[in-house]
Design a protein around this ligand. Structure first.
Ligand SMILES: [Fe+2]
Ligand SMILES: [Fe+2]
Length: 195
């Protein structure tokens, strides 16, 4: 790899690492939903923490950054236009469905509603959609980004998106997510630091 593109490669590695972090959280979320089938109540507060993170990090930073990368990829490879359009639409849908789950979980945690159907079916649909979305990005977009985007592209993209440390996996360690981080550690799940 040319030295001039090392920074671009680092961005692809970071991109992939963030996906693995999201996979960890979706797996935990799914494990809580699976408790329903054993007649047990899930940890709604943990589920709310996960969805709060999803709507305040991926939706606010990861996906907007991707949308900018997608636009640059599409300008350089017209064959990528349909896939980036589809993925950007999925960002919109994930944000909408994620916000709805936060509202439902918040209502449950605060005792306003109690019924399982408010979270089980939408939760499973969200998990499936998010996983499929990342699978498409990993298979179809990250390889294109690795060849089509250079150091200058990433500098422009990062100037446009306000930098923010990952509040769960980064170094800032937001107290709001202390219980979630303990759960990740207790389950022996790998956390991948995001610089
Ligand atoms: Fe995405
Ligand atoms: Fe992504």
């Amino acid at each position: 790899m040319a030295a001039s593109n090392t920074a671009a490669f680092d961005r692809i590695a970071l991109w992939h690492a963030e996906h693995l972090n999201f996979v960890t959280l979706l797996d935990l979320f799914e494990a809580e939903l699976d408790r329903f089938s054993r007649g047990k109540a899930p940890d709604y507060e943990l589920m709310l923490d996960i969805m709060f993170y999803m709507t305040h990090y991926p939706d606010v930073l990861h996906h907007p950054k991707e949308d900018l990368a997608f636009a640059r990829i599409a300008r350089r490879d017209s064959g990528a236009v349909p896939i980036v359009a589809r993925l950007s639409d999925q960002h919109t849908a994930l944000k909408r469905d994620g916000n709805a789950l936060v509202i439902a979980l918040d209502d449950i945690v605060n005792g306003a509603i109690t019924s399982r159907e408010h979270v089980e079916s939408p939760g499973r649909a969200y998990i499936a959609a998010f996983r499929a979305h990342m699978d498409s990005e990993e298979a179809e977009i990250l390889p294109l980004a690795a060849t089509l985007l250079d150091r200058g592209d990433w500098a422009t993209i990062e100037r446009a998106i306000q930098a923010r440390d990952d509040p769960v996996f980064g170094t800032a360690r937001d107290e709001r997510y202390a219980a979630l981080r303990r759960r990740i550690a207790r389950e022996g799940r790998t956390t991948r630091p995001v610089p």
